[in-house]
Design a protein around this ligand. Sequence first.
Ligand SMILES: Nc1nc2c(ncn2[C@@H]2O[C@H](COP(=O)(O)OP(=O)(O)OP(=O)(O)O)[C@@H](O)[C@H]2O)c(=O)[nH]1
Ligand SMILES: [Mg+2]
Length: 372
Amino acid sequence: MRIKVFTSPQLHEALAMVRQELGPDALILDRQQSKSADGGALWHVHAAIEQPQESVGETEQHKTEAPKHTTAASPTNAAATANAQRTDTHQQPDAAPHDATLHRLERIVEGLSNQQCSTLRQALTERSEQEAFDHLLNMGVAGCHAFDMAGDFANKQPLGKNTLLWASRIQPRDHNILLFNGPSGCGKTTLIAKLAAHYSLKGIRVALVSTDTEKMGGLESLKSYAATLGIPFHPLRKSPDAEKILAQEKSAQLMLIDTEGWSPNRDANLKRQFALWNAMHCTRRLLMLPASMDEEDGMQQLNHRIVATMSDIVFSKLDETARPGKIVNWGIAASLPLSYCSFGPEVPEQMGWLTPQALFTLLAKDVRSVSA
Ligand SMILES: Nc1nc2c(ncn2[C@@H]2O[C@H](COP(=O)(O)OP(=O)(O)OP(=O)(O)O)[C@@H](O)[C@H]2O)c(=O)[nH]1
Ligand SMILES: [Mg+2]
């Protein structure tokens, strides 16, 4: 595969250059805007086309060579290239072994993202912004989001006001029914215990429910927290029982529902769980991802169809990662508003509500200042 970057002040011009040089089979991998030295807009379009057959056996070094650039000022011999590419595409041999192709694509994408980062960094004019960009990248924020946030971070301003969605704060006295779900061990039960302790100590009537009834010991820890706090606890095994629980707890101001952990590879129980969740008429469904999780694994979780039925996203274990910036990438990929966060195992401490100010604090690496 051959990759080139086409740069022009106008997007349509850059796309026309792609078509002209690589022909109609060119694949547009990405397009990004940056600023030119005089402050004007510059579009960078990454395009790819299959390599001719004889290049399949080329050395790895050649295959992964950095993308070549074409700018509006350096037009190329379009027609000849386009014709050559069209012919070559038809002459492609059968697909290379699957893993070799994947490996090559991964390296291409990696090369592209390094390339994009340096382009984006150069587009920042202030040194302080470039340093902020570097810091955000080190924290795990993806290049394009780090670019958007660099100015605010450099000026110690709240982050992501316009790029991320922010949930409206829970008003516990309004009879909220909050359901927490996410991968096994992400910290659902712990956060529910923290919230139950926090709000019941403030005099709010809290009731706990758990649909984690099939796993050995799944109910035990929440049941003991409920006993310690002196608040009601209900296991929910069958959907018809939901109405009884709702009727019994109608005076509860905050009902917190714990669920069984799931993952994209282990979602056989989700159908049964989903029916129980629906029966509880939740006011919010909060998806929890632990920041200790690998970013790609988190993205896989976010690709699951169930995510479309969630209202908020919660991040736990922020104390267990050196790259908390991945939550920015997850939040934007999920298109879900950010709400609670948790940054330690202790109940009832180490939790808070994510806000643009809290995100700045977190990425400046002072997670303890995120307030509840
Ligand atoms: N460091 C750290 N540990 C946490 C945090 N939240 C939870 N834990 C720990 O993570 C482990 C799992 O927490 P749980 O609350 O049981 O997780 P869960 O999502 O309910 O797990 P399942 O019920 O098995 O799906 C426990 O040892 C918690 O103490 C956190 O924010 N930071
Ligand atoms: Mg649990």
